[in-house]
Design a protein around this ligand. Structure first.
Ligand SMILES: Nc1ncnc2c1ncn2[C@@H]1O[C@H](COP(=O)(O)OP(=O)(O)O)[C@@H](O)[C@H]1O
Ligand SMILES: [Mg+2]
Length: 364
């Protein structure tokens, strides 16, 4: 029974080739009903291709896409229970807001009653907080408002899945943050599955409840925002999802001691085979102090740059023998409330458990 499926969307060994170009390779993915999934990865990694295969705008070269337990191979876009907000959402500039949102409903066969169309359009506009804007022309709206019209147009025929391809990319930073919150609220209110494509890790982490990190047409990691951030599966994920410092180290034969390039040793936070490794440490996992803090692994270095960010500060610190480190200091949690100046000697302390150790051979 199709409706018995708890997965709204499923990819089974999906590969997509465009002629000689392989856009995605052997994708396996389950998206539960009502989830907010983000496909996250650099440009060209295959995110849009995945989205278009869900939407029915592309067909897999191999494998199967299922929606609500039903195989979608050969099912055209207009017969799928999905709707898509495109990266370049094309609104009709000569229509007003109401006409733009009503457009799809008016094409429906059998025809919907005019009162029903009106009711649904009003409801969709309320949902995206554009209740008072029905009569506005598109060119009289700001970028953020236009984006909301595009959203209203996509939700008005009540799809069970909403596909969003970089929907906030054209907005400025402040508006983008506001829309991130609104999209999340909208998803909860509607209770439908959202699949969002983005290359912006902050956007993926803040909105989604499942993040699918992709690179070069493959899934690197699938997990909650916290899992992919706190326990990155590999160096690519550690670098792409957030910032990370890399330190070359050799895992000794005991499988527990990491020997660093400057000769010092730290205990490994996670098990790794002996040999060359890369230790990845988040900038906010490092504590920058003027005096050496006890109980932590620590490096001695010199501050070379400081970027003041208001509630926090970022420091670039050079450690002889180990290279440059980026350190984020939350000003409230600093035991020294004053900012450290470039040129000052500092200690970088960290809990080895907060570092991730990967085989050097996996370096991208
Ligand atoms: N219609 C197409 N014809 C040929 N190659 C394509 C087409 N669409 C995408 N590609 C290629 O497939 C790869 C993945 O593209 P895409 O899914 O758009 O990536 P993303 O959305 O992550 O930026 C890229 O190498 C891209 O150039
Ligand atoms: Mg894309």
């Amino acid at each position: 029974m199709a409706s018995a499926s708890t997965n709204d969307i499923e990819f089974r060994s999906v590969t997509k080739n465009y002629g000689a170009v392989t856009a995605v390779t052997d994708i396996n993915l389950n998206v539960p009903k009502g989830a907010f999934l983000a496909l996250l990865g650099p440009s060209g990694c295959g995110k849009t291709t995945c989205l278009r295969m869900i939407g029915g705008f592309e067909q897999p070269s191999e494998g199967t896409v299922l929606i609500d337990g039903r195989e979608m191979n050969g099912v055209p876009a207009y017969r799928r229970p999905v709707n898509m907000v495109f990266q370049h959402y094309a609104l009709f500039p000569h229509f007003d807001v109401r006409q733009n949102v009503a457009y799809g409903l008016k094409q429906m066969r059998p025809k919907l009653a005019a009162t029903e169309i009106d009711r649904r359009v009003t409801e969709a506009l309320e949902m995206v907080r554009l209740g008072g804007f029905a009569k506005r022309r598109i060119h009289e709206m700001s970028g953020g408002q236009q984006q909301r019209v595009a959203l209203a147009r996509a939700i008005v025929n009540r799809p069970s899945v909403l596909l969003l391809d970089e929907p906030l990319a054209a907005l400025d930073k402040k508006l983008r943050s506001a829309m991130q919150i609104e999209l999340q609220t909208l998803q909860r209110e509607l209770g439908i599955t959202f699949v969002l494509v983005t290359h912006d890790q902050e956007e993926a982490l803040s909105m989604a409840d499942i993040v699918c990190v992709m690179s070069a047409g493959r899934i690197r990691q699938l997990g909650s925002p916290q899992e992919v951030y706190d326990r990155p599966a590999d160096l690519f994920v550690a670098d792409f999802v957030g910032k990370t410092n890399r330190v070359n180290a050799t895992m000794e034969a005991d499988g527990a001691t990491l020997r660093l390039a400057d000769g010092s040793a730290i205990a490994a936070g996670s098990p790794v085979s002996p040999g060359e490794t890369i230790v990845a440490i988040r900038p906010e996992s490092i504590r920058l102090t003027r005096a050496q803090a006890p109980g932590f692994a620590s490096f001695k270095g010199t501050v070379t740059h400081r970027i003041f960010l208001g509630s926090s500060a970022e420091y670039a610190v050079t450690v002889p023998g180990l290279g440059d480190f980026l350190v984020t200091a939350d000003r409230r949690s600093m035991n020294e409330s004053d900012l450290v100046e470039p040129g000052e000697a500092v200690f970088l302390g960290f809990d080895p458990l907060a570092a991730h150790v990967f085989p050097a051979s996996s370096a991208a």
